[in-house]
Write a protein that binds this ligand. Structure first.
Ligand code: C2E
Ligand code: MG
Ligand code: MG
Length: 662
């Protein structure tokens, strides 16, 4: 038992603070029992002092009464929770009070038995000290050192006094009292163990509940609020209704690509950096949350929509700063959708508006801010409908491939045909590719569509004369997919088209992000002997470095320059610059969008090797290609003679067309 007591004493120091505090709170819990004990102690002292007026007994009685009063007062000062702030102090106060009270009661009992010969007083003090010891042991189970200390200080003097006045009943009573002390000590320790386990269990449950509550409210990676918490906060702000609230919803551009190429550790670093930049920018008034993946939301009170746009712009600029990961600087940017509350708005509505605006921002080319406007919702619905219908377009046989000739301006013969996709949905008429191709790209249906286009284009091309190739547009979204070269290879094998007769048209946007996968895919094409054209040149970043980095065979000057060639000296300058650059790099220049003889003359004057446009022919169904080829030779021969005559005259500035050939 002594060993047990010692273990409890040493184990006590290892108790968590929370458990100690909870046990201490339990000590101060029952004020009533302490009051009763103090009143009884005072009454006992008075009765014993009255019937046996020994100065020792009176002094002991007075001290006992005083100790009782002080204990009651200390309980009065103690407030629930005080132990939390100052556990050691309150434990010491309690301990001093309890032990001194027990000691004085024990001494009073001992003095009464030794000094007085009144058996009634013996009985009274003995019963009270034994009763007090048992009660204190039960009450202080949570601190067994106090309980056992009180038991010994209060009960042991009774046995000592009884042994000092030896008689058969006294010795028997003294021994019984010692046995009583032993039994109560044992019970106290057993109860303590049970109580302690229950406390520890409760504390653990409380701790886990707190951890889970925090987890359910925060994003585990960045530690900021999660979607649920943000929504609750937004609902509260809107219910108060005293401020205009801006919801800034942002999505990191190219985050998946960063994750895939640089690894998840770099991705996590970026998310952390974004969270801390946003926390700084949203200030004390703003609330920030991560909406999963690479999406974050800031809600902030604003004076009006313009103020919201200004904050969103600041955020966009702050996110344009690169993030450092493992010594490399990673460029990041974000697309941002913004919505601003109006009276009666719900959190759901405001969030939906911001989401719609974000969709628009992404579609508009990223790294930009879009403020919600109701028309966006209509556009979004429309594109969602297109996205939905497009998924079944191939299976429903709604797609058709048209072909538009590209003419070799030196020989006047058809060089190739560009395959251009047409979609005939069963209702609402044809949808132009400029509308559905971007939707197919974002909704991931561009892969199967391109497979279909490739197969149809190659199958058509094998039926054409050997020297005519087919050009297929490849969406930038597919250039990082390494599956494309094998798909093309299989299509060539299946259709029997020689790779030399296949050209792939790639827009500049695909090359802006210098992705290693793009390089692998493009190299794969060239290894197969397929030629590559840089499509719509001049519209995007038009970096000359693309031409050096990737070995293209041709550049297609975007048709917008051709349309402007009469009005804009800049357009003419661009055409001239591209033509001379391409000549020095030994690339074929194809001029797109030739609609008039004048444009054709101008383009020939610039030394362009090939041309495409309505002037020669509009895109036509596959079935019309043979018929076209039959007449084209003759038509183009006439054209060639005409051109040669024109060229004989000195080169001139283009003038407004006298005749447009539709
Ligand atoms: P693009 O590759 O630049 O194709 C040339 C576009 O210019 C075609 O538009 C063609 O009809 C049009 N065009 C040709 N000559 C003239 C002309 O003289 N005047 C005018 N105003 N336009 C002319 P289309 O067929 O509407 O295609 C638009 C774009 O859609 C294409 O531009 C291409 O980027 C994309 N596209 C079309 N089919 C496919 C496809 O199968 N896959 C992919 N990824 N994109 C495609
Ligand atoms: Mg093209
Ligand atoms: Mg083009």
């Amino acid at each position: 038992m002594l060993l047990n007591l010692f273990q409890i004493r040493t184990g006590d120091d290892k108790l968590s603070r929370a458990v100690r505090v909870a046990l201490l709170e339990a000590l101060f819990a029952s004020r009533a029992s302490l009051m009763v004990a103090s009143v009884l102690g005072a009454a006992l002292s008075s009765v014993v002092g009255w019937l046996c007026p020994s100065p020792w007994i009176i002094a002991c009685g007075v001290l006992l009464t005083l100790s009782g009063i002080l204990r009651v007062l200390s309980f009065g000062v103690y407030r629930p929770g005080s132990a939390n702030a100052n556990a050691r102090k309150w434990e010491l106060i309690y301990q001093l009070g309890a032990l001194s009270y027990a000691m004085l009661l024990g001494q009073l009992t001992m003095l009464t038995i030794l000094i007085s010969s009144d058996l009634r007083l013996h009985l009274l003090t003995a019963v009270l000290s034994t009763g007090y010891s048992a009660g204190a042991a039960g009450r202080n189970t949570g601190r067994p050192s106090i309980a056992v200390g009180q038991l010994l200080l209060c009960s042991l003097p009774l046995s000592i006094a009884l042994f000092m006045r030896p008689s058969m009943p006294n010795v028997l009573l003294a021994i019984s009292n010692i046995l009583f002390i032993i039994v109560i000590t044992d019970i106290t320790m057993l109860t303590y163990k049970t109580v302690l386990e229950a406390f520890i269990d409760r504390q653990e449950k409380l701790r886990l509940a707190t951890v889970y509550e925090k987890l359910s409210k925060t994003d585990p990676l960045t530690g900021i609020d999660n979607r649920t918490t943000l929504k609750t906060n937004l609902e509260e702000l809107l219910q108060r209704g005293d401020k205009t609230i801006a919801v800034i919803w942002l999505d990191l551009d190219r985050f998946k690509q960063i994750n895939d190429t640089l690894g998840h550790a770099a991705g996590d670093l970026i998310l952390h950096a974004v969270a801390s930049r946003l926390a700084e920018l949203s200030g004390r008034e703003g609330k920030l949350a991560r909406f999963g993946g690479d999406e974050f939301i800031v809600i902030i009170p604003v004076a009006n929509a313009d103020a919201g746009v200004a904050i969103a712009d600041k955020i966009r600029e702050a996110l344009n700063e690169p993030v450092e990961a493992d010594g490399t600087l990673i460029d990041i940017s974000a697309s941002i959708g913004l919505s601003v509350s109006a009276p009666g708005f719900s959190a759901d509505k405001l969030l939906r508006h911001a989401d719609v605006a974000l969709y628009e921002a992404k579609a508009r080319g990223r790294n930009c801010v879009e403020l919600f406007d109701p028309e966006m919702e209509e556009r979004l619905l429309n594109s969602k409908q297109i996205e939905h219908d497009l998924k079944r377009a191939i299976a429903n046989g709604e797609l058709e491939l048209y072909f538009q000739p590209i003419i070799n301006l030196k020989t006047g013969r058809v060089k190739s045909f560009e395959a251009l996709l047409r979609w005939h949905p069963p209702i609402n008429g044809d949808v132009p590719p400029s509308l559905f191709i971007p939707i197919a790209e974002t909704s991931h249906s561009i892969g199967p569509i391109t497979d279909w286009v490739l197969e149809k284009a190659c199958a058509a091309a094998v039926t054409w004369p050997d020297e005519i190739s087919v050009a297929v547009n490849i969406s930038p979204a597919l250039l990082t997919a390494r599956r494309l070269p094998p798909v093309i290879y299989e299509t060539l094998l299946k259709t029997g088209l020689h790779p030399r007769r296949l050209e792939l048209e790639i827009t500049e946007t695909a090359l802006v992000e210098d992705n290693p996968d793009t390089r692998i895919v493009l190299d794969g094409f060239q290894k197969l002997g397929i030629s590559l054209s840089l499509d719509d040149f001049g519209t995007g970043y038009s970096s000359l470095s693309y031409l050096c980095r990737y070995s293209f065979d041709a550049i297609k000057i975007d048709r917008s320059f051709m349309a402007d060639v009469y009005r804009s000296s800049e357009s003419r300058a661009v055409i001239q610059a591209i033509s001379s650059l391409a000549t020095s790099l030994e690339l074929t220049v194809v001029a797109e969008g030739i609609e008039t003889l004048e444009q054709l003359e101008y383009i020939c004057g610039q030394g362009c090797a090939a041309g495409q446009g309505y002037y020669f022919a509009r895109p036509m169904p596959a079935a019309k290609v043979h018929e076209y080829l039959d007449r084209a030779d003759l038509e183009l021969e006439v054209l060639k003679i005409g051109l040669a005559q024109q060229q004989a005259k000195k080169p001139r500035r283009p003038q407004e067309p006298e005749r447009r050939i539709a």
